[in-house]
Structure formats: structure tokens, C-alpha cells
Design a protein around this ligand. Sequence first.
Ligand code: GDP
Ligand code: MN
Length: 422
Amino acid sequence: MRKYLVYVALLVLSVISGSLLQSITSIVQLCYHKHKLEKSLFQRSENAVKKYDSVRRRSLFKPLKLSTNTYNDDILVVENENENVPDRENATLLMLVRNFELPGALKSMRSLEDRFNKDYHYDWVFLNDVPFSMEFIEATTAMASGKTYYSLIPSKDWDRPDWIDEKKFEDRLQLLHDKGVLYGSSKSYRNMCRFNSGFFYKQKILESYDYYFRVEPDVEYFCDFPYDPFKVMKKNNKKYGFVISLHEYEDTITSLWDAVDEYIEENSRDIDMERNSYDFITNSDIIGKFSPIVDSNSDYNLCHFWSNFEIGDLNFFRSERYNRYFDFLDSKGGFYYERWGDAPVHSIGVSLLLNRDEIIHFDELGYYHAPFGTCPGAYYLRLQQRCQCDAHAQSNIDISPNSCLMRWWKYGDGKRFVKYEQ
Ligand code: GDP
Ligand code: MN
């Protein structure tokens, strides 16, 4: 009996040790493969880092300013006047915004700080037609990496002027409302569009700056900025920068082009037809395989730069010629009797008054403002700049026939493949 027990024990032992050996072998094999795999993955990630880190310029990154919810302002002071902040231009980030839009304002700031301003600490200027709340001031100051300034827009720069015929105004509001035009019946929207067309650059708080970068609540910047756009503007003598160009709703600007026509007639000395972008806003030939999907009743092809993103030279907007243009349009009352937007007004203004090569399309800066976005088309550029966007998405306006980008390439300043000098 004992003998059998020994045999059984031996048998069990041999089975166990066999599988043990097998297990050990497979563990060793697994470790080896894992090591090999890790090594190749490691190698690949190391290669990627080598390839992209120089572009990302991590060495320039500085720790972010601390934010606080205390009332002790000292904590909010930016200790950044050090040698590591790159040279800056005389410029500011600019947001016209309402108190209730604070969450959206913070979202846009967070995005622009992360993608650009954390390396530069440009000032932020906030404008409002009513005083900013303390909550708004504290939260935006905490979010900014640069200094923050807040200003109340004087009523004369914002409110409806008294020469506007109130009866006609109310009738026209109703008309646009009945037509189903976006913001057709909004009075404040009209103040906003007129302010952005002809008054923002007259605000005292902007007097000391040369450039502004307009930011709106609830927008997103999809990619790391590969350069300081202000520097690119300055070095290359650019006066107006955009990222998206598309067609305007004609119902909002029924008589705008008639006014522009009249303005051109009377102010030809301000306009250089040889060098400006007149063709970009008037040509409506078919380009490529896209036909124009937007019919226009005037010579204006409805192309405009989307002004919720714009980087501009304040000295241009402050110039006599721009103000002659704005005052002429303003005198027609179309900001109130129709719903002229600051986007077509700026766009027609810069297209007439600037040289083509003074306008720049920033095609490396991904951007989103509902319902459209723009995402760089180049795969490696998207990797280098850590873009978070789908270049093939339906919301990418650049690949839709509603975009005017191809027209800009053909009749504006062309398409540039080489980066501007910075
Ligand atoms: P949309 O982009 O044309 O749909 O218009 P928005 O509602 O985004 O307005 C454009 C910009 O003007 C945004 O920065 C808004 O915060 C701002 N805005 C619009 N209306 C007012 C207003 O009545 N007061 C203030 N202070 N800002 C406004
Ligand atoms: Mn907006």
C-alpha cells in the first residue's frame, strides 16, 4: 500500500514540476517578448519625441501663474517679467463679453492660454456695455497668464443714436424677424455689430496698443500656435489676419453693397484697385469643382472673413481712411434698419483699403466657433502642433462650398506654403 502511495506521489510531483517548468518557460518567453515590444515602442516614442520636441520648444515653457479664489491680490501678481518670456509685440487679447457668458469666456481663455499665451503672457482687455461683476473679474484674472483690464463702453459708443428713425427701426426689426433671420429681432445684437465695426478701436483702454486679437466666449483653438501671430503680423507688415472665410446671409445686408458702391465712387483716392482685394469680394466665377452655392443680388459675392477670430492692426482701424469708410456706412443706418454685421463691414473695408499682401490667412491655427471650425490639412503639422481636430469633419468649413478660402487663394493674396518670417 505504501509503495503505491509513493508511486502516486511521484506521479503527481512529476506532473506538477513539468507544468511548473512549462509555466516558468512561458513566463520567461513572455517577459522576453514584452521587453522586445517595449523596446521597440520605447524606441518609437523616443523617435517621435526627438522629431517633435524641437518644434514644440518645450524649453520655452514656463510654469503657469497660480490661480486663487482668495481676495489677496498679491497671489495674482504675475512674476513673469523674466528673461524667459519671448519678446512681445505691443498687443492685447480682446474680448467683448457679457457677465453671464463667464463660463464660455473662461473656456476660450483656457484654450488660448494653453495653446499660445502661456508662453507670452499678453494682456487681456475685456469690454462690456454694463459693468463687469466682481465674479467675472476675479475668475478671468485668475485664468489669465498676463495682466487683465476691464472697461465700460460709453453709451455714445454703444447705444442706438438718436438720428435713427424709431418707427422705421421697429418695422424693420419685425420684417427681419418674420423672414427668420438669425438675431433678426435683437436690438442689442445691432449695437454689438455697430460697436465692433466702428467703435471698439476708439476705446481709451486700447489707445496704447498696436494690435488686438479678438476672442469670443465659447471658442476653441485646436492646435498649439507654432509662432506668435502678432510677431508674424509685425515682421511681415500684415494689418489684418483671419482663419475662416465664408458667405454672409444676404438678408442681413440687403443694401450694404449699394452703400459701398457709393462710398467707392466718392472716395476713390483712398482705394488702390491695383493692389487691393476687390476681386476677392466681387468675383463669383466657379472655382475648381465647386460652384458658388450662394447667389447674390449685387456685385458683392458675400465673401467675408469671420470676425469672431481676427487679429488686426489698431492703427489701421484708427486711420482716417477706415473711419471715412465706417462713417459713410453708418450714416446709411443699415446697422439698425437692416442687420449689417461687423464681419462683412470689416471684410469689405480691409479688402478695399488694404493691399492684398497686408491681409494674412493663418492656416496653421485650428479654430472652432459654433457651428464651423478650421483644422489644418497637413497630417504632420497636426501632430507637431498637438491639434485636436478632424480635418475631414463636416464642420470643417474649409472643405465646404460655403467657404471662400479658395477664392482668397485665387483672387486674394494666394496660398502660401512657406512659413512667414517670424
Ligand atoms: P455670434 O457670434 O454672431 O453668434 O454672436 P455672439 O452672441 O457670440 O456675439 C458676438 C460677441 O459680442 C461675443 O463676444 C459676445 O460676447 C459679444 N456680445 C454680444 N452681444 C453683447 C452685448 O449685448 N453686450 C456685450 N457686452 N457683449 C455682447
Ligand atoms: Mn460668437
